[in-house]
Design a protein. Structure first.
Length: 430
């Protein structure tokens, strides 16, 4: 690893630094600039310096230079104190950005904002602020900087303030920039331009790397939590989801007929391959129809519609039943595929579906929770699955009432379910 890569690795991703560390970096850089600028001007040959720069103005600005350095020192000390304390520290961040903009705008006014590349620096500064900081303090700083720049430029145009007061006269000779200003000022602005380009490249590269990590994390999270819940979390949803909810859900259960007995006839590796292939196919179908995959228990699958995102009861029921139909159709294809591979066991699945009010939310301990649904209506869906003919889909009357106009069904009888004090009419999807 070359030295530059080693340094970048040690620095980490500036986008992931704390807001205080970002401010301290800016404070340090601009303090060095504030301290080095007078020293740099003093190194110019006396003839060049006296002919190009207004030495009287520089002397008049010494108190302001001292004030500028003092403000940076105060901010530096404050930042070092806040560094060990948690919190966004928005007031400190905003004050740092305001000071940053003030210094740059006054420098632009000093060299003439309309006749020098100074505006290029302010443009780069705006991009850096928006990349590094929260939107509100970045926009407050940019608004202050623009207001200050427009005010100073306007006052210069009407004669209240001088224009480009750092110069004894504008650095132009016979329509061309003065050679000393071109060489000296041009070198400074070129260095600033290259610095901003390097910084943009570094930040954008780190941003792309973070996006790639987030994409990988998204794929990993989707393997352990319901897809809809994972998308809400990564979109900025709160990790603390609040109290449980009572919602009307359409709940789906399925399992493979005689799966426990089947496991004794297959080697462990072959059983794992078949089960993973089956669950992968069923998961893909559930995602296609927008179902929330609650859990896998061996070969059993529980899915529900209506949480965490919801449309309406009829849509939930239709999508759930259509999902079950697609699963049965895909299962026929999988059974044929496995048969062609020499596995003679007749794989069939049973599907049970019910619509009713259930309690949904996070259940578990503070350190480990599951997003799931519980209640008698969930138990009814499980009972419908166990009562279903292999290869078929059995639904409750509540679900049938929502889909009967679009999906053909046949009434099959009634079942008794513990916790529900009346018989449940059942229907088989044709």
């Amino acid at each position: 690893m070359n030295p530059i890569r080693k340094l970048a690795a040690r620095m980490g991703n500036p986008l992931e630094w704390s807001s205080v560390d970002k401010c301290l970096t800016i404070i340090t850089v601009w303090m060095l600039i504030a301290l080095s600028t007078p020293a740099s001007l003093s190194l110019l040959p006396e003839q060049v310096g006296s002919s190009l720069f207004d030495t009287e103005f520089q002397r008049e600005m010494l108190p302001f230079t001292g004030l500028n350095i003092s403000l940076w020192v105060i901010l530096l000390g404050t930042g070092l104190i806040l560094r060990g304390r948690p919190g966004p520290h928005r007031v400190f961040v905003t004050l740092t950005i305001l000071q940053w903009w003030s210094v740059e705008v006054f420098f632009a006014w000093g060299v003439g904002p309309m006749t020098s590349p100074a505006l290029m620096i302010t443009l780069g500064q705006a991009f850096v602020a928006l990349l590094l900081f929260e939107r509100v303090p970045a926009l407050i700083g940019m608004g202050w900087g623009i207001t200050l720049l427009v005010t100073l430029t306007t006052l210069s145009q009407v004669g209240v303030l001088p224009y480009a007061p750092m110069f004894s006269q504008l650095p132009y000779h016979e329509g061309r920039p003065d050679l000393a200003w071109t060489a000296g000022g041009g070198a400074v602005y070129l260095a600033a331009f290259l610095l901003f380009v390097a910084l943009f490249h570094y930040l954008v590269t780190r941003w792309k790397e973070r996006e790639q990590r987030l994409a990988g994390a998204m794929q990993l999270i989707r393997r352990y939590v319901p897809s809809q819940l994972a998308e809400q979390i990564l979109a900025g949803g709160s990790a603390e989801r609040g109290p449980h909810e009572r919602r009307r859900l359409t709940v789906f259960f399925s399992d493979i007929k005689n799966f426990t007995a089947t496991t004794d006839q297959l080697e462990a590796e072959e059983l794992s391959r078949i089960l993973n292939e089956y669950l992968s196919e069923m998961s893909a179908i559930a995602d296609r129809f927008g179902g929330t995959i609650d859990k896998f228990v061996g070969d059993a699958v529980m899915i529900f519609f209506g949480a965490p995102t919801a449309t309406d009861d009829r849509d939930h029921a239709l999508r759930c039943v259509r999902m079950a139909i697609a699963m049965q159709e895909r299962m026929e294809g999988l059974a044929k595929k496995w048969s062609d591979e020499g596995i003679e066991i007749p794989f069939q699945i049973r599907c049970g579906i019910n619509t009713g009010v259930a309690t949904v939310g996070d259940f578990g301990s503070p350190s480990r929770t599951d997003y799931t649904a519980i209640g008698n209506q969930v138990n009814l869906a499980a009972r419908l699955e166990s009562s279903c003919t292999p290869g078929k889909i059995l639904i409750s009357h509540a679900t049938w009432a929502l889909i009967k106009d679009e999906i053909a069904c046949t009434q099959t009888g009634e079942i008794e379910v513990k916790g529900i004090h009346y018989p449940i009419k059942t229907y088989e999807v044709a």
